[in-house]
Ligand binder design. Sequence first.
Ligand code: PMP
Length: 412
Amino acid sequence: VTQLDPEALRPDFPILKTRLHENAVPLVYLDNAASTQRPKAVIQSLVDVYEKQYSNVHRGIHWLSDQSTDLYEESREKVRQFINAPARESVIFTHGTTESINLVARSWGDANLKPGDEILLTEMEHHSNIVPWQQTAERTGAKVRFLPITDDGLLDLEKLDEFLTERTKLFAVASISNVLGTKNPIKRLVERAHQVGAVVLVDAAQSVPHAPTDVQDWGADFVAFSGHKMMGPSGVGVLWGRAELLEGMPPFMGGGSMIRRVRTDGFEPADLPAKFEAGTPPIVPAIGLGAAIDYLHKVGLEAIAQHEHQLVERAHRGLEAMGGIRFLGPSPEHKAGIVSFTIEGIHSHDVAQLLDRYGVAVRAGHHCAMPLHRRLKISASSRASFYLYNTAAEVDIFLDALQEARNVFRRK
Ligand code: PMP
């Protein structure tokens, strides 16, 4: 893998030139797990469609709609290749990971779960991979269980047999925790889940943007992710599902485009993928996601993963040297480009606010993972998360700012 040079990529991202506050400090954007920034190529792809090729997507009605339909479907093919899905029809465009998971929870969940059945989640899931299942459980009478984590932020695989049983009908798990950064052994988990006959949904929101994805190698049944976390526009996401499962599922939302035929006494759903794309889809965001995938291919996912690993190691070393820091999650070798921590005596919101004075953008709070924070016996944490355009110098600015912030706090 060739070494990625972030300095060579940064000019592609106009927003990274931002200077803020009265002293015009440069922006150090370390909130990539929440959302990423976009290169000019992606922004330009949106402008191009709106200026030259925009129409609603309905093939064969007029020239302009053929243009936008072709671009929209080309993008679907780019996504298919990107995650090595076997069929283009089983790539569904949604509005994001949240909608993708809700689609499965409503459509597959309501049709397949009953009292006595269990839905297995993990203690490190994001709310969007918890609440839809709690809602499904309320409707169907199925029970939600949580696979525990160890104190160092790994899934407690020794407890797998206890939690994954023949009662488990669905196992929904994040490939990478958005707080701990933990990389979960998806392939192994899928194998074990399939042995008890459970269907597996992978919340891949934090992994698809940062490392190569092969849904066939995982062996998963459903995979969900968001465009905005991989330099694509906000408002578009993906659900990939195994075609046999998707074909057997009722539509999630009703409306235009998802039907073959409607009469006053009922309707007949369309084939995949239209069945799950009711109404006008996120046409331009989906096309922009295709442009983001082109950019990711150019840089290389392996190179991105390696680069982020180096940044995480540097951040860990620096924070360790500082002392008084509690890391959430495992050591760098087990994790992706996310460093969450708490500082003795300073609330995480104050940490984020103090860092902001130095231009450093990090996230603070519970990061949509309240059960995880409760498990760790804290109410909030600070999180720095990296992407391909972040530099070692930025990690050092973050570390220096944190040291300064602590000094400010000590003097108070
Ligand atoms: N799952 C994980 C692991 C996430 O990090 C996020 C975004 N923070 C989501 C789901 C939800 O994604 P979105 O808000 O794009 O629907």
